[in-house]
Design a protein around this ligand. Structure first.
Ligand SMILES: [Zn+2]
Length: 276
């Protein structure tokens, strides 16, 4: 486990290796152009959740710049810890490690540990990680649409996948949807996620990229609204705002502008192509 203190690293033996891993993942910087992380974050809202196994802080860096477009963004939860996520025990609150001290009480922050890809991971020694898994379980149980993005459920995560299965595949979900974004062959995806697919009564779609017909790209910031409109209200129209690859944030902001303007008026309905 990695630990830091105000004075720096408390390190000996294998901890030096851990520090190198930590330094490497801390050094990664997101490119200036919008990335898959930006599209993912901006396609969702505060009612949505992103659970990630990433150690690097790219998702947090993307969140910070997406926040300039809107503060209605999804919650981020780091199931295996993250180099830039810390926890204030006094306030019971996660926050960015690079803030230095707790934003609320000014107290010392505790760095989340990074959980390594071994079969028996310790999901309970860190309060942040313990709560992260608790929230994942509750959220999966209540989820209407579950999207798996670039996660192949490796053998080293067997316990985690089992827990996710218990939370999501614990009953038949007649009206729920399961989406997978993965470049792996379709057969591999079906094998990896067979229990989840059974649970949603074969309501599964597989996509190679986020732009490849996912609910997120067809109905950015309106995924559930679009899903309900299409599947339960018999709507066969076309979404008027769809995600596409943008070269700059100005372009992306322009693309999402009609949705963000409606949100400012409390309007979260789908914009159809004939309204534009
Ligand atoms: Zn605090």
């Amino acid at each position: 486990m990695i630990q830091t203190s105000k004075t720096g690293w408390v390190c000996s033996g294998k901890c030096k290796m851990e520090k190198r891993i930590f330094d490497f993942y801390s050094s990664l910087e997101i490119p200036d152009k919008p990335t898959a992380y930006d599209y993912l974050i901006l396609s969702l809202r505060k009612k949505d959740w992103i659970f990630t196994f990433n150690w690097d802080s790219l998702l947090i860096q993307a969140y910070a710049r997406c926040y300039r477009l809107t503060n209605d963004l999804p919650e981020l939860v780091f199931l295996h810890g993250n180099v830039n996520v810390a926890y204030c025990e006094r306030c019971n609150k996660p926050q960015r490690m690079d803030f230095g001290r707790c934003c609320d009480c000014g107290g010392e922050l505790i760095q989340t540990p990074l959980l390594y890809p071994v079969r028996n991971k310790d999901y309970t020694s860190s309060e942040y990680i313990r709560k992260a898994w608790e929230v994942l379980t509750l959220t999966l149980d209540e989820a209407s649409v579950l999207t798996i993005f670039g996660y192949s459920a490796p053998k080293s995560d067997a316990a985690a996948v089992e827990l996710m299965k218990k939370a999501f595949a614990n009953r038949t979900r007649w009206y729920n949807q399961f989406e997978v974004i993965d470049i792996a062959p379709r057969e591999t995806v079906y094998t990896s996620w067979s229990d989840f697919i059974t649970a949603v009564h074969e309501h599964i779609t597989v996509h190679r990229t986020i732009f490849d017909g996912t609910l997120l790209s067809e109905f950015p910031r309106r995924s559930i609204e679009g899903y309900l409109k299409r599947n339960f209200k018999g709507w066969w129209g076309e979404s008027g705002v769809q995600l596409c690859e943008c070269q700059t944030f100005d372009e992306l902001r322009e693309l999402l502008k009609p949705l963000l303007e409606n949100e400012a008026d409390g309007d979260y309905s789908v914009i159809s192509s004939n309204q534009r």
